[in-house]
Design a protein around this ligand. Structure first.
Ligand code: S3P
Length: 427
């Protein structure tokens, strides 16, 4: 689907409730499927990625009712699937499920779409193999054929700050004999640790080190907060479209995810957090953002895992900030749904941005009056599609985005919520 985006000649105003967090939705449905009893999940994501996790849990014999809430009835034991398990576009589904399936007493196969089949899986096969898992792959890529085995705990030091790798190993640790320890160089998102501990797992956290032992999980009653990664598109648009003033309600503010807020502060943006609270073990709040004069900043080191998915839209933000913004230490952006370094540099350059590629990030010189007037590609990548839409709002000439339907991977409500903030439809 092609999407035409015009320059915003009116500000964004008013309030939206940001939809459910994708990362927590995956974990909620998967972990509840492992717990014996009835779990209730409020505000489960409508994105296609969490739906891939849900469908796989069903294919593993778990009873899941989809209504206003998700009701999960599980006997706590997964059953051998009758067919291969389809992870679609979702790396989180594939990596978390591989950890779990490696320790079951049956064989299974996980596959995904063309993009997921290109993403690196060696990063999970390696630690799982050390635990005794038997996984065959296509040279480190999906499809993954898993022969369930009895696993043994390991003490693993990862050179990547990846929540998917960490979660995969910790979930395998739930089924392994002995203790599993996972250490990462910087703290990545910790939703797995929070939810597993909420559900009674034997898990301890010591900075970047997490220790888990074989455990049975209790069913859960949880409410999923809004996704700060989705809020990021409104935050950016609110900061760069003149005269905007918006409130984003019910946003998850887990400190392992709030790197974008730190960046906005570094850039001098007008952003306020209102009504901070705790919901199901996660920090939640409302965010108020106003149009601002921005200045450049450097984004690196331990900030990177705290905003990894927001970097494409932060690149758009940096085109509207005075000075040189440098993003480094973000090499793993090349392994996402697309090579996000290459894709961001190519597409924003075409819009008129002054941006150059480095091995582990990009350098942007602002502030630029983006010309637009071109057809943009999103490379089957939802975050590229949404970032280009936000860029289109400040381009002098309309842009066309090819493949815009990819936004449904994480944020089917995207356009409707933008229309609400522009006052085109009622909230
Ligand atoms: C995710 C972790 C991150 C992130 C992805 C979701 C998760 O990936 O980019 O969108 O839910 O654990 P990595 O673990 O590969 O950094």
């Amino acid at each position: 689907m092609q999407k035409k985006v015009l320059k915003a000649n009116i500000p964004l105003n008013g309030t939206v409730t940001v939809p459910s967090d994708k990362s927590i939705s995956h974990r909620a449905v998967i972990f509840a499927s492992l717990a014996k009893g009835r779990s209730v999940i409020k505000n489960f994501s409508k994105g296609q990625d969490p739906l891939s996790s849900l469908n796989i849990c069903r294919a593993l014999g778990v009873d899941i009712e989809e209504g206003p809430d998700l009701i999960i009835n599980s006997d706590g034991v997964l059953k051998a699937p009758l067919t291969g398990l389809n992870c679609g576009n979702s790396g989180t589904t594939m990596r978390l499920m591989t950890g779990i399936l490696s320790g079951q007493n049956f064989s299974s196969e996980l596959f995904g779409d063309a993009s997921l089949s290109k993403r690196p899986m060696k990063r999970i096969i390696e630690p799982l193999s050390l635990m005794g898992a038997e996984i065959s792959s296509q040279n480190g890529h999906a499809p993954l054929k898993i022969s369930g085995k009895k696993l043994t705990g390991i003490d693993y030091h990862s050179n990547l700050a990846s929540a998917q790798v960490k979660s995969c190993v910790l979930l395998a640790g739930l089924f392994a004999e002995g203790v599993t320890t996972f250490t990462e160089p910087h703290l990545s998102r910790n939703h797995t640790e929070i939810l597993l501990s909420h559900m009674g797992a034997d898990i301890n956290i010591d900075g970047c080190k997490t220790i888990i032992s074989k455990s049975t999980l209790e069913p859960c009653q949880i409410e999923i907060p809004g996704d700060i990664s989705s809020a990021a598109y409104f935050i950016t648009a609110g900061l760069i479209v003149p005269d905007s003033d918006i409130i984003l309600k019910n946003v998850g503010l887990n400190p392992t995810r709030t790197g974008i807020i730190d960046v906005v502060k570094l850039m001098g943006g007008n952003l306020e957090i209102l009504d901070m609270r705790n919901v199901s073990g996660e920090t939640v709040g409302d965010i108020r953002v106003k149009y601002s004069n921005l200045k450049s900043c450097v984004i690196e080191k331990d900030l990177i895992p705290r905003l990894i998915d927001e970097l494409p839209v932060i690149a758009v933000l940096a085109t509207q900030a005075e000075g040189e913004t440098i993003v480094k230490d973000a090499q793993d952006l090349r392994n996402k749904e697309s090579d996000r370094i290459k894709a961001v540099v190519k597409e924003l350059s075409a819009l008129g941005a002054d941006i150059s590629e480095t091995e582990d990030g990009f350098i942007i010189n602002g502030k630029t009056n983006l010309k637009g007037g071109v057809t943009s590609e999103c490379y089957h990548d939802h975050r590229l599609a949404m970032s280009l839409y936000v860029a289109g709002l400040v381009c002098q000439n309309p842009i066309i985005i090819n493949g815009f339907e990819w936004v449904n991977i994480s944020f089917p409500e995207f356009e409707t919520q933008f229309a609400q903030l522009f006052g085109f439809i009622q909230s």
